[in-house]
Design a protein around this ligand. Structure first.
Ligand code: LMR
Length: 398
């Protein structure tokens, strides 16, 4: 048999939780697994701005013909403006360009192939810990994957150790940095920390790859872009992966972009020719519907303002849920122990709960979170914070 030697790999540590949660018949279950936002009714809503844009597309779209390897150039322009800022000199001088990809994951896959194909021998440095799919995407592309410390066993950010480690990275290696809302920990660098990282990256001639999957979920759409814009401004060459899954709620439509910044417009054309070649081999043309929705929204001042309000509403609700959970833990004497939940940003919290506690939470209390102790705060049911806190308090006692 041809397939006789094929074994089984474990299921995806994050997506696997979706099925496990759905199969649990406990009506009081909690879904803190995969990173999706849930509204007070427990639904992951389609944003109003998205619905309006979709309606407009239904009424006005003329064709579904192929869109080209880089996707829609208007989408590319608008997403680059969202990420780099409308006033970015890189855009005016044609030194930055976006390739439309199937989600942020598609952008990461494309950039992994780009590094392997066009920059052979370069290794990549990931934060320890990082999103597990970072590990597999770059390893599968054949890159040597190394790690810089980020959050240690004390569940605290260790910038000193991160900087020391990056000092040791071979010149030319790629460093993946999370622009904001670090996944899985929720611990973000301060502006001063970013300046220090920039300094090492510049001195060591490292190539930054900034993964920007949660724009708008940390401190706001503009504030979250601070680090990305700093790097794009200060360095001649930067790679950026952007996702519209969370901030547009377009998860399953798969909308993202790989934005490349170069020192000359001519070099951008070279790089983009390679990206078009690689994308052709991966998915030929990117999916269009979700990107067309984003283009419709960002290209219309009124829709854009409505969308920005919706992003802000999601952001502030997550911040309230963080504060609410810590408050709910207070009667159990655990407010201080979990104070970091309030300091973290974005959807995720590295709770500090260990694998065993996570397992007990799941088996005894139907609370689903990733084995690393990562909880999706954006999935918390705000009306049942007390019962969540009670479950957490029970596993902390043992
Ligand atoms: C997550 O980390 O839960 C999200 O980024 C969704 C995913 O694709 O894993």
């Amino acid at each position: 048999m041809h397939f006789a030697a094929i074994g089984r790999v474990p299921g995806d540590p994050i997506l696997g939780l979706i099925d496990a949660y759905h199969q649990d018949s406990n009506p009081n279950k909690f879904d803190l697994g995969v990173g999706v936002y849930k509204d007070p009714n427990g639904l992951t809503p389609i944003l109003h701005s998205v619905k309006l844009a979709e309606q407009r597309l239904v009424d006005q779209q003329q064709t579904k013909t192929y869109i080209g390897g880089h996707g829609d150039s208007r989408f590319g322009q608008l997403i680059s403006e969202l990420v780099l800022g409308t006033e970015s000199p890189l855009l005016a001088s044609k030194r930055a360009g976006a390739t439309q990809t199937p989600g942020g994951t598609g952008a990461l896959r494309l950039v992994a192939d780009f590094i392997a194909h066009c920059l052979p021998g370069r290794g990549i440095w990931l934060s320890d810990p990082t999103w597990p799919i970072h590990e597999s995407i770059f390893a599968e592309a054949g890159l040597k994957v190394s790690h810089y410390p980020y959050v240690g066993s004390d569940n605290a950010l260790n910038v000193e150790a991160m900087l020391q480690s990056l000092e040791q990275a071979p010149e030319g290696d790629v460093v993946l940095l999370h622009a904001c809302c670090h996944n899985p920990t929720g611990f973000d660098l301060s502006h001063d920390d970013w300046l220090n990282v920039l300094d090492v990256v510049r001195r060591r001639h490292l190539l930054p790859l900034i993964d920007f999957a949660y724009q708008g979920f940390g401190d706001g759409l503009e504030a979250d872009a601070w680090s990305t814009r700093l790097f794009a401004r200060e360095l001649p060459e930067v790679l950026i992966t952007s996702s519209c899954s969370k901030n547009f709620g377009l998860y399953r439509e798969r909308v993202g972009a790989l934005i490349v910044c170069t020192d000359t417009a001519d070099k951008l054309t070279d790089v983009r020719s390679q990206l078009a070649y690689l994308a052709r081999n991966l998915w030929s043309n990117p999916p269009d519907h979700g990107a067309a929705v984003v283009t419709t929204i960002l290209g219309d001042a009124q829709l854009k303002a409505q969308w920005a309000d919706e992003v802000e509403a999601m952001r502030s609700r997550i911040a309230h849920l963080r504060a609410g959970l810590v408050e709910a833990l207070t009667p159990y004497g655990l407010a201080e122990h979990f104070a970091h939940i309030n300091q973290q940003r974005g959807m995720f919290s590295y709770t500090g709960l260990n694998a065993e506690q996570v397992q007990v939470l799941r088996e005894k209390h139907s609370v689903y979170m990733v084995g690393s102790g990562r909880a999706n705060i954006a999935g918390v049911d705000g009306t049942r914070l007390d019962s969540l806190a009670k479950a957490i308090a029970q596993v902390c006692k043992h």
